[in-house]
Design a protein. Structure first.
Length: 253
């Protein structure tokens, strides 16, 4: 956030909005985690604001537990920090240099893990209970999750129009050469970081994909794949995206 002033020219991956209660202007920087283009964008935006003394605080998509692990695993100046260069540490470095607050705005990983576990269990129970309304609940949950995404998009567009901006993030923001060129390195960095920080969760997510890719195709395997994908989509839409978005929004306002 920064003190209110004339909104800057629209840049790719950067959306300026006005927080309605305080009147403070906030720059939302959309990032692809670990992408060199996003790292450069986060650094550029925060450096630009800091140099003009208009940087009030930096909010990043992390929580105390995850941030502590990241700092311990890849401290400034380390080879792993250089290899796993990321937009959050880039912005945090600028915040520290500028002497402004760094806000860890994401949902705590402990809470998220518990929520994901409960949601996954409920999703599995519904899939094995077709005669008890389980399949109907599954369809309703996935449909509602998709509608929430659509509604969120409409709300953002309406809010932008009401403030005279008429701008929200879109496909044009990510058709950026610097992002596209960096995708192979992005995937390598993301997988390496996830494996080092949370090997159990990483293997739980990726393991079924590896098993499906290596085993011969059978009706049973096809059925298990569908079950896995339905659980994954349901949890992603309703627990990971919807609930975490609400936590991040509250951290900003």
């Amino acid at each position: 956030p920064r003190r209110r002033r004339a909104l800057p020219s629209r840049q790719q991956q950067v959306v300026p909005v006005i927080e309605p209660r305080s009147g403070v202007e906030v720059l939302l920087v959309a990032c692809v985690h670990f992408n060199p283009g996003s790292v450069a964008k986060a650094n550029h935006v925060t450096q630009q604001l800091a140099s003009s003394s208009t940087l009030g605080a930096v909010v990043i998509e992390s929580c105390p537990s995850r941030w502590k692990k990241i700092i311990e695993m890849q401290p400034p100046g380390s080879s792993l920090r250089q290899f796993l260069d990321n937009e959050m540490q880039a912005a945090a470095d600028v915040a520290e240099e500028a002497g402004v607050p760094l806000i860890l705005g994401d949902q705590r990983v402990e809470e998220l893990s518990a929520d994901v576990g409960k949601a996954s269990q409920k999703a599995l129970q519904d899939l094995v209970s077709p005669f008890d309304g389980g399949w109907i609940r599954t369809a309703e949950e996935i449909f509602q999750g998709l509608m929430n995404l659509r509604g969120s998009r409409r709300d953002k567009e309406a809010s932008a129009d009401s403030e005279g901006e008429g701008e929200t993030l879109g496909l044009q923001d990510f058709l950026d050469w610097s992002l596209l060129v960096g995708l192979p390195l992005t995937v390598l960095r993301y997988c390496t970081s996830a494996l080092l920080r949370a090997p159990g969760a990483f293997l739980l997510l990726v393991g079924p994909v590896i098993v499906v890719a290596t085993l011969p195709e059978t009706p049973t395997l096809d059925l298990l794949t569908v079950v896995y994908e339905l659980i994954l989509v349901r949890v992603l839409l309703n627990t990971v995206l919807r609930d975490r978005d609400a936590v991040l929004a509250k951290s900003i306002v």
